[in-house]
Ligand binder design. Structure first.
Ligand code: DQA
Length: 142
């Protein structure tokens, strides 16, 4: 089962970025953890800081027939109509993931433009949120 794990802006800085909010786990740690935890799943990883590049990955996931997308859109979560439209346009279902609990922070983080086009949202479970999202796809298909 191929899945795309897609991360948006500033998530390449995990580990050094605001560790009190996002922890000290790096994105490479998260990707290695997922690879080790889901040996039977073909995981494709991507991280981009720009909106258009993220959209291109979502389109490619559709064209390549991936079964699902685990997506942390970072700050674009709260602003991007174009990413929401891309999520709505593609066939593979998308689970939105946030390391932090976006509902317990600043008001502007409470709104996701993307979540309404997703299957669901995982928020506040740290790196475990990615695992839970992959597990959703694994369990859905068994
Ligand atoms: C985030 C939450 C967003 O509000 C923020 O802009 C991020 C990270 C998270 O994983 O908690 O970049 O998506």
């Amino acid at each position: 089962m191929p899945l795309l794990v897609l991360n948006g802006p500033n998530l390449n800085l995990l580990g050094v970025r605001e560790p009190e909010t996002y922890g000290t786990t790096t994105l490479a740690d998260i990707e290695a953890d997922l690879t080790a935890a889901f040996l039977k799943v073909t995981l494709r990883f991507a991280q981009e800081n720009s909106e258009g590049a993220l959209i291109d990955h979502l389109h490619a996931a559709h064209e390549d027939g991936v079964d699902g997308v685990v997506f942390n859109p970072g700050g674009y979560t709260h602003t991007s109509v174009a990413l929401r439209d891309a999520v709505a346009a593609i066939d593979p279902p998308v689970v939105e993931v946030h390391l932090s609990n976006v509902h317990a922070r600043e008001d502007f983080r409470r709104t996701s433009r993307i979540a309404p086009a997703c299957v669901g949202q995982m928020s506040g479970f740290g790196a475990a949120g990615y695992r839970l999202a992959v597990e959703y796809f694994v369990n859905r298909d068994t």
